[in-house]
Design a protein around this ligand. Sequence first.
Ligand SMILES: Nc1nc2c(CCNCC3CCCC3)c3[nH]c(NCCc4ccccc4)nc3cc2c(=O)[nH]1
Ligand SMILES: [Zn+2]
Length: 372
Amino acid sequence: MSKFSFELAATDGKARTGLISTPRGDIRTPAFMPVGTAATVKAMLPESVAATGADILLGNTYHLMLRPTAERIDRLGGLHKFMNWQKPILTDSGGFQVMSLAGLRKMSEEGVKFSSHIDGSKHMLTPERSMEIQKLLGSDIVMCFDECPALPASEEEVAASMRMSMRWAQRSRDAFGDRPGHALFGIQQGGVTQELRAESAEKLREIGFEGYAVGGLAVGEGQEAMFGVLDYAPDMLPEDKPRYLMGVGKPDDIVGAVARGIDMMDCVLPSRSGRTGQLFTRKGVVNIKNARHADDPRPLDEACSCPACRNYSRAYLHHVFRAQEMISGMLLTWHNLQYYQDLMQGMRDAIAAGTFAEFQKTFHEERANGDI
Ligand SMILES: Nc1nc2c(CCNCC3CCCC3)c3[nH]c(NCCc4ccccc4)nc3cc2c(=O)[nH]1
Ligand SMILES: [Zn+2]
């Protein structure tokens, strides 16, 4: 059983490119991780997700503990076997999803009591239970059980919440146990307050993790405030370990985060917006629902290698979207995930070549020119 390790290959300014090695395969960084909430990346076969270039995908403790339950997935051989994805899987710890999805929630030092948004059944998540669920799922990268404070929140509330998350991080570490080849990532909290971010980073370093996430962002603070935090927060985390920015984001958020030293990101945006007809291209977002595409014989993006761009016209994509045909979600999701993976590959190449500044310049210029 080989172990979990991270090698930096090159840096360009604060941007880094490297490789996370795990027993289930390597993850090229900077990496974008598609979200597979209910043991599926919606509208995609696993082999299609792999074909886009994704090295790792996300599973979700909250959804899977409710349905079909972690115990059932364990009995059936674990999440990799269950969903036919043999590469690495990272699972979030569930706390964030409880706060955004569950009904009737009761927070305490122990954890969170909540009722299922599916059938109203009662559940409890604690650091210990979250570690147990993620172990039953068999995920390769496990996230600490944390609390992400909802905005607006006073500095005192953010401080108290961060300190509870740090106590939960210790309990997560203690409950995780010794699992060679698997990783436990700590999650930095502290809102947009530098001193609180520093206190959180110090506590996480003391406990010691195989990777570190920047949490508590992309919760409505806006890109400027998020970048403001990213101008200092990643540097507070150990330089030789992966840095994971949770829940991000739009393509320009991603480029800006990589420029500030982030190695991994996840977001539902490419898949969710694919299903609503929002298509990401180098020149900006195309809304395929718009009538102007009805007679357009051109591909969406002639530079894209995905099936939607290789084999179909904009007119066809417009038609199947309007007709709400199932192939629409499949093609549009595939395109958006391919766009995100091509964006990551472009950044990995640029950082390795020392041309990341030019990459950023071209990225923004192409989008500004419109005419998509
Ligand atoms: N543990 C934890 N998770 C966070 C998450 C969930 C990351 N995706 C998990 C996947 C696992 C399964 C589901 C997702 C976040 N997501 C966001 N923003 C998403 C913003 C967004 C929402 C909808 C559309 C686009 C962007 N901020 C986050 C902060 C935290 C955090 O502090 N702690
Ligand atoms: Zn495409």
